[in-house]
Unconditional design. Structure first.
Length: 208
């Protein structure tokens, strides 16, 4: 079942997006983060990264020239935390990206949301202003949510994860599932997103 899929589908791919639920793994704990880091290192075994010179295409078939590792659900965080999520994504995928670059492929890490389902707001709590996101829950109710502050240094997550810690010491990273809101788009308008245009620019910008 697997061989025909790789032969007929992956053999023709020269650009690849790897979607990663980094926030979900962080919420589950250090062991989930370590599992994800290892998976990112192993996932390139399914691809053949490298440059597509005309001779190598004739002899070896197509290679994946550009690989984007994208942390999904960026809309579940206030934009002030997006740089930290991207830094965590870069750290999680460093081994995979190093292997791909060594083979000649271009790589990037990014935080995106293909369909933005939240809006941002600042809420005061115990005299502190918290950057929150507001959206519609699965039960139809509106809720504002503060997921906790991601660490500025990804090592604060990856260190305990590599050491096999059971929980985040003194930290609690929340996660909430929001449902898409009803959209009323004018002709020619696209749905709200976060950095989907930048993702497309990296993957296919040289072809346009």
């Amino acid at each position: 079942m697997v061989k025909p899929f790789f032969r007929d589908h992956f053999a023709r791919i020269d650009r690849q997006v790897v979607l990663v639920d980094a926030l979900g793994a962080i919420h589950k704990g250090p062991q989930a983060v370590e599992d994800m880091r290892r998976a990112m290192g192993d996932i390139l075994s399914a691809f053949r990264p490298g440059r597509n010179a005309w001779l190598s295409q004739l002899l070896l078939g197509k290679r994946v020239e550009r690989i984007l590792f994208a942390a999904t659900k960026a809309d579940h965080l206030h934009h002030l935390q997006h740089p930290r999520l991207t830094a965590i994504m870069e750290a999680l995928t460093r081994e995979a990206r190093d292997r791909a670059r060594f083979a000649g492929a271009e790589t990037a890490a990014m935080s995106i949301a293909a369909l933005r389902v939240t809006t941002e707001e600042i809420r005061a709590h115990n005299g502190v202003e918290l950057p929150c996101v507001r959206g519609t829950l699965e039960n139809g109710k509106q809720a504002a949510f503060y997921p906790g502050e991601l660490p500025e240094d990804p090592a604060h997550l990856l260190g305990p994860a590599r050491k096999g810690a059971d929980t985040w010491l003194g930290e609690d990273y929340g996660f909430m599932t929001f449902s898409p809101a009803h959209l009323s788009l004018r002709p020619g308008d696209g749905p709200p997103h976060i950095r989907l245009d930048r993702a497309a620019q990296f993957l296919i910008g040289d072809r346009l």
